[in-house]
Design a binder for this molecule. Structure first.
Ligand code: ADP
Ligand code: ZN
Ligand code: ZN
Length: 762
């Protein structure tokens, strides 16, 4: 039975050539042959291909006319097509191609990131019979000529799959006497196919999704009349809509009505039958925000939250792709949402750090959003009270337009400027143990309580003590896997590594000298809570940080709802208190210790501190009563504090940009960091040395090469880490150097990652 293979091979024309990006971290794309079919397999289709002795998922990214010169002699056929329509549309494919070249990332890996996990064919692929397979298994005459090519083992396998309905490919490979070659043969000949079980799951989930949105109010909210500033901003955007690509920075203080502007311009796009994409920081994707979009657009919004189960996400993706839903609202990865005929891309809180993906394919969703708008000839709107300096700089250069919303929009607070900021100099007003509550701040909280109003106390560190050390011998408790100290979480009863998530029981004795002298240093929100409860025994107090969020689904919403209902007097929290909530009765905001954040060894430390303080300050006085903002600090003269006192973003931005220019930091230069990691510190260090040498050899005078050096966190999750920094004005040169580094042969145990436009120095 050897001959039939040839015979059946002659039955049909060989399939067309396909360029396939495999879903693996390999840089190239590969040429395969399609299975015989009418017409071309569309770009963006998901396929299964043989690759280096394995079967892997890939995406069709090109239709080559001729066999490329570097292709192997024998072009192999794909094994199967997953699903019956392409999972990626042309626009997303174009964006991914751009991203792959900009971030020096393998196209297949980028495409994987662009798909919600529910849409990706998993490695536990299941096989099922096609109609032809059914016929052949039944021994039916309809099975046709091709079935004559089947031997006994093939038939036995078909019978087994038939009985089980679907069988995992791995299981077949292990147990079948026919082996994987025959499975491939059966797939190629169309007897067996890869079961797209995900689609079935998706369909079920879709009902869930619809049920969820049916619970939302119908689009009934009456839009408010825009104030003069909003009107000006909106008409500028409207004037630019349908006129090709443009980016606008919508710079407006908290509560100035930016969201209302997004809603209006999106409504215009929808009236024209065109689509919209809205990106928000993960943490801001609260039910309230989604509800606001639902109230305006009803079921026309797909909310893409990381908490949404994969199947539901995949279903939302499909509704967008089919054009049944016109608006996608989501965090970072929603930048790849298959919105049809995109007209408006919104990035809310565009300065937010969560738009940067920090592992695997490292991209910045804000930058990709701008590129996507440009490719789609759409309008990009970046909203923020405190734009990142890159965006501000783009306004200065005339690349972005700028629209200002300087006053609060809410009628209750209408026209009122931001509340005044008062500095409490901790050098003159010692705050007692832990440095948490200085007398002036405690007094202000007292007064706020007496007035029946609410306070927010902000400290950007969670836990009880940020470090535990031994008073007798100086030993510091550290994570076993990372070179960082452990944080004491007293309420949860453990010590936690904030970098790898590893928890250890709280101990009484010092591991080094065995004396009972362990003591916490450095305070987090949990300790603030303890002190506040002690100092204000009658007050209703709650804490909002990641620990709250980890405490269970809905816990965050519960705390926020209590604030809103006036069921709470003092809210203590990390950045989580700064985003997306509109509390009318909060009149006092206390910023406890911004010093550590300000003095971090990162050129963006001042910018980030200013941003987060301004954000939390924006929580005060949103309602009828004016607010107060108190900042306790040891560095009252620092620019981030001084400009905060005047709410002077412009001043801060200009001052900071001057310093960046002098030091040639972004946005006056581009940066790439080559990150190396592996088990063995010496090996990684040596490899980093080689990479740095290679970079220096390739770099010209326009590119600076710094390092190699140990990363500021030299060990993370048990892996040693080194860095080589590249900076220079010429992006092309940086990428040339980076590519040369990527091509360097490194020990198998050392991994090199390229981070283009790095946001973290760690
Ligand atoms: P931002 O997004 O800038 O923080 P929002 O759009 O959330 O501001 O607006 C803050 C509050 O003011 C919201 O409660 C919103 O409903 C209300 N608001 C916005 N624009 C207007 C307006 N033109 N008239 C009345 N209220 C408005
Ligand atoms: Zn000790
Ligand atoms: Zn750790």
């Amino acid at each position: 039975m050897k001959a039939p293979r040839d015979r059946s091979g002659r039955e049909s024309e060989p399939g067309a050539l396909l360029e396939v990006a495999v879903a693996l971290p390999v840089a190239d794309v590969f040429t395969y042959r399609d299975l015989p079919r009418e017409g071309r397999l569309p770009l963006g289709s998901q396929v299964v291909v043989p690759f280096r002795g394995r079967k892997v998922t890939g995406f069709v990214v090109g239709h080559p006319e001729a066999i490329p010169p570097d292709a192997p002699e024998k072009i192999r056929p794909i094994l199967a097509v997953v699903g019956d329509s392409p999972v990626l549309d042309q626009a997303v494919l174009d964006l991914c191609r751009w991203a792959a070249s900009y971030y020096l990332a393998p196209l297949g890996e980028v495409l994987c990131a662009a798909l919600p996990s529910g849409e990706r064919a998993s490695s536990s692929r299941r096989l099922r019979l096609t109609a032809a397979g059914q016929a052949a298994a039944d021994g039916s005459a309809n099975a046709g000529l091709a079935a004559m090519a089947l031997d006994t083992a093939d038939r036995a396998l078909l019978a087994r799959i038939k009985q089980a309905r679907t069988l995992s490919q791995a299981h077949v490979a292990r147990s079948s006497s026919a082996g994987m070659d025959r499975v491939t043969f059966l797939i190629e000949r169309g007897f067996v196919e890869v079961a797209d079980t995900l689609r079935g799951a998706g369909r079920r989930r879709r009902d869930l999704g619809t049920a969820d949105s049916e619970g939302a109010p119908p689009p009934s909210e009456v839009p408010p009349t825009l104030n003069a500033h909003q009107e000006a901003a909106f008409s500028a955007l409207l004037g630019a809509l349908d006129r090709g690509y443009a980016t606008f920075l919508l710079q407006g203080i908290t509560g100035s009505g930016k969201t209302e502007i997004y809603l209006r311009i999106i409504a215009e796009a929808r009236q024209r039958g065109r689509g919209a994409l809205v990106l928000v920081p993960e943490i801001a994707l609260t039910p309230q925000l989604a509800a606001r979009f639902r109230a305006r657009f009803g079921d026309d919004v797909a909310v893409l939250h990381s908490a949404v189960p994969p199947g539901e996400r995949a279903a939302a993706w499909r509704r967008l792709r089919r054009g049944e839903v016109g608006i996608a609202l989501g965090a970072r990865s929603a930048v790849f949402a298959p919105v049809r005929d995109l007209a408006v891309v919104v990035v809310d809180e565009e300065h937010d750090g969560s738009f940067k993906q920090e592992d695997g394919f490292r991209y910045h969703a804000r930058d990709l959003a701008i590129m996507r708008a440009s490719q789609a000839s759409a309008l990009a709107v970046l909203g923020s009270a405190t734009p990142c300096l890159e965006s501000y700089h783009n306004v200065v250069l005339g690349r972005f337009g700028r629209l200002l919303l300087p006053v609060r929009a809410n009628p209750a607070a209408a026209g009122r400027p931001l509340p005044a900021v008062e500095i409490i100099d901790l050098r003159r007003h010692p705050a007692g143990p832990g440095g948490l509550l200085s007398p002036p701040l405690a007094l202000a909280v007292d007064q706020t309580l007496a007035a029946g109003e609410q306070s927010i106390l902000f400290l950007n560190r969670r836990g009880f003590s940020t470090m535990v050390h031994c008073c007798a011998c100086g030993f510091v408790l550290r994570c076993n896997a990372c070179a960082v100290s452990l944080t004491l979480h007293r309420a949860r009863g453990h010590l936690l590594c904030h970098y790898c998530g590893r928890a250890e029981p709280i101990r009484q004795l010092c591991p080094q000298c065995k004396s009972p002298s362990l003591e916490g240093m450095g305070s987090g929100t949990e300790r603030v809570e303890a002190q506040v409860r002690e100092r204000f025994p009658g007050a209703r107090v709650a804490r909002l940080d990641r620990d709250t969020a980890d405490g269970g689904r809905g816990r965050v919403e519960e705390v926020l709802a209590r604030v809103q209902r006036g069921d709470l007097d003092i809210l203590i929290g990390t950045q989580m208190v700064t985003k997306g909530h509109d509390f009318g009765n909060v009149t006092l905001v206390g910023i406890l210790q911004p010093d550590q954040g300000i003095h971090l060894p990162d050129f963006r430390a001042a910018e980030r501190s200013f941003q987060v303080m301004e954000q939390v300050a924006g929580r005060a006085g949103r309602g009828e009563r004016p607010g107060r903002i108190l900042v306790q600090t040891y560095s009252p003269e620092h620019p981030a504090i001084q400009f905060l006192v005047r709410h002077d973003y412009e001043g801060f931005a200009r001052d900071e940009l001057a310093q960046r220019e002098a030091a040639q930091y972004p946005p006056y230069s581009r940066m790439v960091v080559l990150r190396l990691e592996g088990r063995d510190a010496r090996e990684v260090g040596d490899a980093a040395g080689d990479v740095a040498r290679c970079a220096r050899a390739v770099a010209d005078t326009s590119t600076r090469v710094l390092g190699p050096s140990e990363a500021p966190i030299p060990r993370l999750r048990g892996r040693a880490r080194f860095q080589v920094w590249l900076s220079g004005a010429d992006r092309g040169k940086l990428l040339t150097v980076s590519r040369a580094a990527q091509r360097m042969p490194l020990p198998r145990s050392v991994r090199l990652e390229v981070d283009v436009d790095p946001q973290s120095v760690l």
